[in-house]
Design a protein around this ligand. Structure first.
Ligand SMILES: [Zn+2]
Length: 375
């Protein structure tokens, strides 16, 4: 059986391209993972998500444990079978969404207890329970249970939080056990404090993981601060393992992250924006709601090969969005995911060719032009 492994193929500056091998298929890096929160990437069939170029999806432990429950999914053959996605799945630990969505009851060294945002029922997640849930789901890449330190956090608060997450990382690794073909990733914390990021990286390396995430970013600190942390944080993690920036981001965040040595990203932005009419193209962002599109027979982007651009006009997309037709979410989500995957493919090719800096300046130059002129 194929084991979980990572081959680094090319580097260009700090940017890297390679392949993560798993028994469920290869993941080309840098990779963008669409988010399938409730066992679906909203408005998309799994085969369509694959057609955009996605090698891996992200599933949310918090949502799935509450509904329909990890045990039910396990009894039905695991998450891959349940949602009809046979390729790799990464699951988060549930920690972040407990903090952001639930009515948190108590956090202690043991773990967190909280009330479900769906029906108010009481639940507990510990590092051990998070590992059990992710195993029941059948996740290929399991994330350590940690506390995502809020931003801003005073230095002593961030340090206390990071150190607890490192103890939880050890408990997560222990509970994960030995599962050939599956991987567990550690998560670096330490907020915006370089010495804490270093301490966290050392603690994780001492435990040993198949991959490492940079956590605690994209929590409201802004792109400039995020890039400042990314100027040093990924370098502290092992070069021969995948590095994953959690919950990021906008297209320019991805390009800036890859430049700083990140290999994997996930974000709800392209899929969520597809449902709210926000469209990403190489020329930046456009809003399909705007009246300027009402009579425009041109596609969102004439160079895009997605179904929304091949067969439909801006005028049509504007109309179905205004009329709240389901096809609006389908087409615009497809386009956004397609754009994101094309962006990743472009970066992979540029890194392999040693032309990443040129790619990056072209990317910014095209965006600076803005959307095509109204008719
Ligand atoms: Zn398109």
């Amino acid at each position: 059986m194929t084991q979980f492994s990572f081959d680094l193929h090319n580097t260009d500056g700090k940017a890297r391209t390679g392949i993560i091998h798993t028994p469920r298929g290869d993941i080309r890096t840098p990779a963008f993972m669409p988010v399938g929160t409730a066992a679906t990437v909203k408005a998309m069939l799994p085969e369509n998500v694959r057609a955009t170029g996605a090698d891996i999806l992200l599933g949310n432990t918090y949502h799935l444990m509450l509904r329909p429950s990890a045990e039910r999914i396990a009894n039905l053959g695991g998450l891959h079978k349940f949602m009809n996605w046979e390729r790799p799945i990464l699951t988060d630990s549930g920690g972040f969404q407990v903090m952001s969505l639930s009515d948190l009851r108590k956090m202690s060294e043991q773990g967190v207890t909280f009330k479900s945002h769906i029906d108010g029922s009481l639940h507990e997640i510990t590092p051990e329970r998070s590992m059990e849930i992710q195993r029941l789901l059948g996740s290929d890449i399991v994330m350590c249970f940690d506390e995502c330190t809020p931003h801003p956090a005073p230095e002593d608060v961030a340090q206390k939080s990071m150190r607890m997450s490192m103890r939880w990382a050890q408990r997560s690794r222990d509970a994960f056990g030995d599962r050939p073909g599956h991987a567990i990733f550690g998560i670096q914390q330490g907020s915006v404090f370089k010495d804490q990021r270093e301490e966290s990286a050392e603690a994780l390396k001492a435990i040993g993981f198949e991959g490492y995430a940079v956590g605690g970013l994209a929590v409201g600190e802004g792109q400039e601060t995020m890039f400042q942390v990314l100027d040093y944080a990924p370098d502290m993690l092992p070069a021969d393992k995948p590095r994953y920036l959690m919950g990021v981001g906008k297209p320019d965040d991805l390009v800036g992250g890859v430049k700083r040595g990140i290999d994997m990203f996930d974000c709800v932005l392209p899929s969520r924006s597809g449902r709210t009419g926000q469209i990403f193209t190489r020329h930046g962002v456009l809003n399909i709601k705007n009246a300027r599109h009402k009579d425009d027979p041109r596609p969102l982007d004439e160079s895009c090969t997605c179904p929304a651009c091949r067969s439909y006009s801006r005028a049509y997309l504007h109309h179905v969005f205004k009329a709240q037709e389901i096809i609006a979410s389908m087409l615009m989500t497809w386009h956004n995911l397609h754009y994101y995957q094309e962006l990743m493919a472009g970066m992979r090719d540029a890194i392999a060719a040693g032309t990443f800096d040129h790619f990056k300046s072209q990317f910014h130059a095209q965006r600076a032009q803005g959307d095509i002129e109204p008719l």
